[in-house]
Design a protein around this ligand. Structure first.
Ligand code: C2E
Ligand code: MG
Ligand code: MG
Ligand code: MG
Length: 286
């Protein structure tokens, strides 16, 4: 009887403990065929010059519409795709889609950049540069339109290898952006060693502007630092006009966030253009 009870107790705990593991396993299994079953779509979130209301670029953000589960967040499946290595194939697909999107924008006479998130595994992959190079050739995209978003932590560890990889990427003609900037470890002197072009201020600093004076100090400092290093700066997660005004007063004009638009599928771009051109609220001046 004791034995049976013990087994039940074990069973009970293991069920709880396994809920997370099961979900992980489920996602991992489903991910394996999700690409060929066309369950993915790339959404695009505009980056706007707040002084002109013009779109300057888009960030490509992956969306997974599972037939049973519905929308599964990238914060849930990207880490699993990363851990299993499936991110390499998935990331290649996102790059292809994004380059084709950039070509269509150019064909419409839109002078826009397209930013693509890269995971650590992709960045370390020895095949990254040849793969990107071949996608650029195949799609005939202008490489100067492409930005790759990396995080600070991906540049840590093997610094020399990271610098070499960045130089090879830049040799293709693309730009490098540091995503979620301020959440990792970067000193000014450290950052200077990396051939990067753009800093994206993390949403966590922007979120509580104008209520949190510390976040305002940090945001202003990041913008000043970017200027000293001659980097462009993009503010993420901008949701209010107060935030836009604060950023403008501190010399940051390129913003991305729900204030202007959530990430949207390409078919919704006409509605976005319509909304931007009819937005009369004068958004200030340089
Ligand atoms: P991220 O690259 O920092 O992307 C910005 C995230 O913030 C996106 O979440 C976006 O929808 C969200 N966001 C933008 N503006 C606002 C705002 O004003 N308010 C709020 N609350 N959120 C905002 P999403 O699309 O869920 O993506 C989450 C993360 O998943 C991304 O963070 C990125 O790290 C990763 N990810 C998404 N797509 C890809 C991909 O194709 N490849 C890789 N490697 N990672 C991806
Ligand atoms: Mg990003
Ligand atoms: Mg980000
Ligand atoms: Mg983020």
């Amino acid at each position: 009887e004791a034995k049976a009870k013990g087994r039940n107790t074990y069973h009970f705990y293991s069920q709880e403990l396994n809920a997370a593991a099961n979900e992980r396993l489920f996602i991992e299994n489903e991910l394996r065929h999700a690409i060929k079953e066309q369950q993915f779509e790339v959404y695009y979130q505009p980056q706007i010059d707040s002084s002109t209301q013009h779109v300057v670029g888009y960030e490509a953000l992956l969306r997974w519409f599972h037939p049973m589960e519905g929308l599964i967040s990238p914060t849930k499946f990207i880490p699993i795709a990363e851990a299993t290595g499936l991110i390499v194939e998935l990331g290649e697909w996102v790059l292809e889609q994004s380059c084709q999107f950039a070509v269509r924008l150019a064909e419409q006479g839109r002078d826009n950049n397209v930013s693509i998130n890269l995971s650590a595994r992709q960045f370390k992959d020895a095949n990254l540069v040849p793969m990107l190079s071949s996608i650029i050739k195949q799609t005939d995209v202008s490489a100067k339109r492409l930005h790759l978003e990396l995080t600070e932590s991906m540049l840590m560890g093997n610094v020399e290898a990271a610098i070499t990889q960045l130089h090879e990427l830049k040799a293709l003609g693309i730009s490098i952006s540091i995503d979620d900037f301020g959440t990792g470890y970067s000193s000014l002197s450290y950052l200077k060693r990396f051939p990067v072009d753009i800093l994206k201020i993390d949403r966590s600093f922007v979120k509580d502007i104008p209520e949190d004076p510390n976040d305002m100090e940090i945001t202003a400092a990041i913008i000043a630092m970017a200027q000293k290093l001659n980097l462009d700066v993009v503010a993420e997660g901008v949701e209010s006009v107060e935030q836009i005004k604060f950023l403008q007063n501190n010399n940051c004009y390129i913003v991305q966030g729900f204030y202007y638009s959530k990430p949207i599928p390409e078919r919704e771009l006409p509605a976005l253009y319509e909304k931007l051109s009819s937005q009369h609220q004068a958004l200030i001046t340089k």
